[in-house]
Design a protein around this ligand. Structure first.
Ligand SMILES: NC(=O)c1ccc[n+]([C@@H]2O[C@H](COP(=O)([O-])OP(=O)(O)OC[C@H]3O[C@@H](n4cnc5c(N)ncnc54)[C@H](OP(=O)(O)O)[C@@H]3O)[C@@H](O)[C@H]2O)c1
Length: 255
């Protein structure tokens, strides 16, 4: 009996933002294991290089490119380089996001509001526009937006962040509808509480963690690797008829 090739990414070019650690790193490593050449990206090249070195040491293909997704000129420059070096892109994983202020909504700073919107909405949007143009020229591709359960049910003291994640879920449907004609699919991953630096204020606080676990049927937080399989599904030919969906990977939290 032959094994399925549905999850094979040989010859594919994949870009993962925020891939120097956490969920993005786990995604980058799994896509590389499945054969993709992965562009490992974050604001700092030195953060990405160890991930690239690890992938290459395991026999995979990877390149580090620094890109602050809150800076428009860095997005433009990054995609000009991808066009020149790789000619096309098959998979974009918008994963890097920010949550600079943890506070009651009435105490929101304008600067924190602006930064959150610039990175989490404008960044995801124009990364998708740039990748979408390259995908359109090459017959298609798959865009995966890492949103959050907070996009459906806002997290306490995470108001602006939660609003941006709701926008990402809607953005996913916009790209799915308007880019299907170009062979481009667009789907969202909604992670639940996952043990990363990003969530350390929640996972590292015993009282907050205890309350959070009461709402999670599986009674534990996720490991970053537990997000990667869902992204592989959405990136690969296993999901060729799936577009515009939000896939909850949350231990049952939203059920
Ligand atoms: N952890 C959770 O519980 C959880 C739950 C739901 C959703 N999520 C979502 O999952 C995604 C990944 O989060 P994580 O928990 O893996 O976070 P993390 O471990 O803190 O990693 C964040 C990554 O993003 C990069 N980054 C931060 N700001 C950036 C920017 N402006 N431009 C480009 N890269 C940037 C960081 O590297 P540099 O510092 O080098 O830039 C790092 O590689 C985010 O979209 C987050 O909203 C997380």
């Amino acid at each position: 009996m032959s094994r399925t090739q549905l999850f094979n990414l040989d010859g594919k070019i994949a870009f993962v933002s925020g891939a120097s650690r956490g969920i993005g790193e786990a995604i980058a490593r799994l896509l590389a294991q499945q054969g993709a050449h992965v562009i490992v990206s974050s604001r700092r090249l030195e953060g990405c290089q160890p991930v690239v070195d690890g992938i290459i040491a395991e026999g995979g293909k990877a390149t580090a490119i620094a890109c602050h997704i809150g800076e428009m000129e860095q997005i433009t420059r990054t995609f000009a380089r991808i066009r020149e070096e790789f000619g096309h892109i098959d998979i974009l994983v918008n994963n890097a996001a920010t949550n600079p202020q943890f506070c009651n909504v009435l105490d929101t700073d304008l600067s924190a509001f602006q930064k959150t919107v610039d990175v989490n909405i404008r960044g995801y949007f124009f990364m998708s526009v740039e990748a979408g143009k390259l995908m359109r020229d090459h017959g298609g591709g798959s865009i995966i937006n890492v949103a959050s359960i907070n996009g459906v049910s806002p997290g306490v003291f995470q108001g602006v962040y939660s609003m941006t994640k709701a926008a990402v879920i809607n953005m996913t449907k916009v790209f799915a509808k308007e880019c299907a004609q170009y062979g481009i699919r667009c789907n969202a991953l909604l992670p639940g509480l996952t043990d990363t630096k990003f969530a350390s204020a929640l996972v590292g606080n015993d009282a907050i963690l205890k309350t959070a676990l009461q709402q999670i049927p599986l009674k534990r937080v996720a490991r970053p690797e537990e997000m990667a399989g869902a992204v592989l599904y959405l990136a690969s030919d296993a999901s060729t008829y799936t577009t515009g969906v939000s896939l909850n990977v949350d231990g049952g939290y939203l059920s």
